[in-house]
Design a protein around this ligand. Structure first.
Ligand code: FES
Length: 194
C-alpha cells in the first residue's frame, strides 16, 4: 500500500535534510519518522523513503533489516524490549522475560491478545549499571522487580486505548502520532520545535 507522510512530518523531513551532507545520510531518521506514523516499516514506507532520498529500495531494505529498532512487521502500540545480555541476565533478566511471556500471553516476537503489547528481546541496551531493565517504546525501566514491572504494564495497559483483538500474532497498527509524539520525534532527531 502506498505510504504518504503527513504534511507536518514532511516539513520535519525538509528541515532534516538540511542537516546532512547527502540525502541518503538521512535514511535512519527518516525511517524513524515514518515508523512513528505508520507503526512499522511497511513496504510502502520503504518505497517512500527510497523515492524521497533517491536510493534503491534494496538499500533501504538493507538498512531496515540491519537495525533491530525498525519493526519489519506490525507491532502493538507498546513494544517491550527485554535486555538479554550478561548484566541483566545475571540480575534476573530471564525471569523478567518469562514473567512477561506469561503475563502478556505471548512469546518473544509475539503480541498480547489484547493487542496492546508486543514482546521483543534486545542485546545490551547500555543501562547495565541499572540491571535488570527493559525498554518500552522510548523509555527505559531500570532496577526492575517483577512487582514493579507489573505496575508499569498495568499503567500502560490502562493508558492504551483498547485495540481490537489481534489476529493470531498479527498486531494492531500503532495509534497515529499525536502532537506530543511529534514533539518527541523532533526532539529525538535534534530538531528544535520553535
Ligand atoms: S546488559 Fe542489560 S543493559 Fe547492558
Amino acid at each position: 500500500m502506498t505510504f504518504t507522510l503527513s504534511v507536518e512530518s514532511e516539513k520535519i523531513v525538509d528541515e532534516l535534510l538540511t542537516r546532512y551532507p547527502t540525502q541518503r545520510a538521512a535514511c535512519l531518521p527518516l525511517l524513524h519518522l515514518c515508523q512513528r506514523q505508520e507503526g512499522w516499516v511497511s513496504p510502502g514506507v520503504v518505497a517512500y523513503v527510497a523515492k524521497r532520498l533517491g536510493m534503491p529500495t534494496s538499500e533501504v531494505t538493507g538498512v531496515v533489516t540491519f537495525y533491530t529498532m525498525y519493526h519489519q512487521q506490525p507491532v502493538a502500540p507498546n513494544v517491550v524490549w527485554v535486555c538479554r545480555t550478561l548484566s541483566c541476565d545475571l540480575r534476573g533478566g530471564r525471569e523478567i522475560q518469562k514473567h512477561l511471556e506469561k503475563r502478556l500471553g505471548c512469546g518473544v516476537g509475539g503480541t498480547s491478545k489484547d493487542g496492546k503489547f508486543s514482546l521483543k528481546t534486545a542485546e545490551c541496551l547500555a543501562a547495565c549499571g541499572q540491571a535488570p531493565m527493559v525498554q518500552i517504546n522510548d523509555d527505559f525501566h531500570e532496577n526492575l522487580t517483577l512487582d514493579g514491572l507489573d505496575r508499569i504494564i498495568d499503567e500502560l495497559s490502562a493508558k492504551t486505548a483498547a485495540a481490537a483483538p489481534a489476529s493470531g500474532d498479527a498486531a494492531q497498527k500503532a495509534e497515529p502520532a499525536d502532537a506530543a509524539a511529534r514533539v518527541r520525534a523532533k526532539t529525538l532527531m535534534g530538531i528544535g520545535n520553535s
